[in-house]
Design a protein around this ligand. Structure first.
Ligand code: ATP
Length: 218
């Protein structure tokens, strides 16, 4: 990618957010601060191509993300995948964001697992032409399980200079080591279904929405 820019990058964190929890929120906020991002867009997916339809409706998942970020500078929700009728392919989301932000640096946030699984994503090789990839790794993650394909791809695009995230609109891979919280939406759904308390794993406002609509037990 040859386009150069001077403005702060926009982070992009997609997910089913079924429900959104402190793991997602800390990740977004850490990256917002560490990488000096303009903002992080949390993008709930409507029809995830890789997995079953989320148990909670799009509308509720969107509502939960909105409730989770009230008053937190730097975190925003973007509902473009929910407005599309087709599967939530990340490449299409990035194209749509690129139309909205032609000259901005866009940084797609991916866990190491998601990064290594990229070859199964629709038109995955186009992602790096549309945005930077921020690969989030736990500090204790071993590298020996990396696939040769993704290792070559990584070496081709890796940057060791974080300033490149600001200077270019996309086209590089940056690795950020973040100690992820051991929280998953599956764990939260399982706790609630078993009649246990999921408190302290997710924001109280999100739990209120779940409780008021009896979302998980239904
Ligand atoms: P589920 O348990 O239903 O699979 P999840 O908790 O993994 O859900 P997703 O909506 O699938 O949540 O995740 C969206 C994004 O957030 C992914 O990139 C994922 O890697 C990241 N993520 C999920 N949980 C955490 C966590 N505890 N810490 C940091 N990042 C996380």
């Amino acid at each position: 990618m040859t386009t150069h820019t001077n403005s702060k990058p926009i982070g992009i964190l997609g997910g089913t957010f079924n429900p959104i929890h402190h793991g997602h929120l800390r990740l977004a906020l850490e990256l917002y601060e560490r990488l000096d991002l303009a903002k992080v867009l949390l993008i709930p997916s409507a029809h995830p191509p890789h997995r079953a339809q989320p148990s909670m409706s799009s509308q509720r998942r969107l509502e939960m993300v909105q409730a989770a970020i009230v008053g937190v500078e730097g975190l925003c929700v973007d509902d473009r995948e929910l407005r599309r009728q087709c599967p939530s392919y990340t490449v299409d989301t990035l194209k749509s964001l690129r139309e909205d932000y032609p000259d901005r640096s866009l940084c797609l946030i991916l866990g190491l697992d998601a990064f290594l699984g990229l070859p199964s994503w629709y038109k995955w090789e186009q992602l790096i032409t549309l945005a930077h990839l921020i690969v989030v790794r736990r500090p204790d993650t071993l590298e020996e399980d990396q696939s040769p394909t993704m290792f070559d791809f990584f070496k081709q695009y890796q940057t060791l200079n974080v300033e490149n995230l600001k200077r270019k609109t996309g086209g590089t891979i940056w690795v950020e080591e973040i100690p992820m919280l051991a929280i998953s939406a599956t764990q939260i759904r399982d706790l609630i279904a078993a009649g246990k308390k999921p408190h302290y794993l997710l924001p109280p406002a999100v739990l209120d929405i779940i409780n008021s609509h009896h979302l998980v037990r239904e």
